[in-house]
Design a protein around this ligand. Structure first.
Ligand SMILES: O=C(O)CCC(=O)C(=O)O
Ligand SMILES: [Fe+2]
Length: 304
């Protein structure tokens, strides 16, 4: 078996400097910001998550994920309509700033989209996930930052409890990770106290660590963002309970795909049920403005 060694360090550590996090994502493929959530926010969100998981366990509806080696951990998919706190994470200024930095400018300044918002809780004895990239589903491989990923730490992330393992600089390897057992990638745990956020480029090779603790869990809320032209993991407007989305901001609804504008063309959702139509976000830009922005081959009209 071939072993791909870690590059030389030092490697990113948790910091309160958001610019350093962005620079680390560019250079190493990941960065860790600490203190983004207050202890009170962490405590409250962790309690809500525990309750939501408990409800599913009681009802026997908790799903196993094909991405994990066993079913010892707990996954909870699609958090957005379960509690406003989860939506606050999706549109948290830190998340939007990091996603904007990773994904870069968008056509006609259109909102990028939420790809998913889920939880992964390691539990004593849960296995590692195996090294993968979150853009492995994009075939053929596209060597551009198309997927911004954030893992919000709702518990302390350390090696024993299964902190996410990362392969520094693997976002620049230029190909998918080899998963046939012939290659082993050396990796590091991305550690930080509860309230920190691991930010990474979706091309980064990484995976949940094994939880080797006796009695500790490790909860992470995983959010992903993609450009407005890419298909998110879920058709949120069809999947979410509209009642659970009442009160969500226009930005939050746009992130969830309730925007009726795509690439500048606005098509109101005439056929949508009323409660979904009520959540849609329509045109916000002036046609002359958009024309000026994209029709650079025609003489500019003076702004009126
Ligand atoms: O929870 C983690 O540490 C990582 C999970 C992950 O990589 C994934 O779900 O794709
Ligand atoms: Fe992943």
């Amino acid at each position: 078996m071939q072993t791909i060694k870690l590059p030389s360090g030092p490697f990113p550590t948790a910091t309160t400097d958001w610019e350093k996090v962005k620079a680390d994502v560019r250079e190493y493929g990941y960065g860790i910001a600490k203190g983004v959530l207050s202890p009170e926010e962490v405590r409250s969100m962790r309690a809500i998550l525990t309750k939501e998981i408990e409800k599913e366990v009681q009802a026997g509806t908790l799903k196993e994920s094909y991405t994990d080696r066993d079913a010892v951990n707990r996954r909870l998919s699609i958090l957005s309509d379960r509690h406003p706190s989860f939506r606050d994470l999706a549109e948290h200024p830190f998340a939007l700033e990091m996603a904007t930095d990773i994904l870069g400018p968008s056509y006609l300044n259109e909102s990028f989209l939420l790809h998913g918002l889920s939880a992964n809780v390691t539990r004593p004895g849960s296995s590692d996930m195996g090294i993968h990239g979150d853009t492995d589903f994009i075939l053929p491989y596209i060597d551009e930052p198309l997927f911004a990923r954030l893992i919000w730490f709702l518990d302390d992330f350390d090696e024993e409890v299964g902190a996410t393992r990362v392969v520094p600089k693997s976002h620049l390897f230029g190909h998918l990770p080899v998963k046939d057992g012939s290659v082993k990638y050396e990796s590091l745990p991305a550690v930080g106290p509860a309230g920190s956020v691991l930010v990474y480029d979706g091309r980064l090779y990484h995976g949940t660590g094994a939880n080797r603790s006796k009695d500790r869990e490790r909860a992470g809320v995983i959010a992903g963002y993609v450009p407005c032209w890419m298909r998110p993991g879920f058709n949120f407007p069809m999947v979410l309970d509209p009642r659970g989305m009442e009160g969500a901001s226009a930005k939050c609804r746009q992130l969830h795909g309730y925007g009726t504008v795509n690439m500048g063309f606005n098509q109101p959702w005439k056929q949508a049920p009323k409660d979904i139509a009520a959540l849609t976000v329509g045109e916000t830009r002036d046609v002359k403005d958009m024309r000026r922005e994209v029709r650079q081959d025609t003489p500019l009209q003076p702004a009126s």
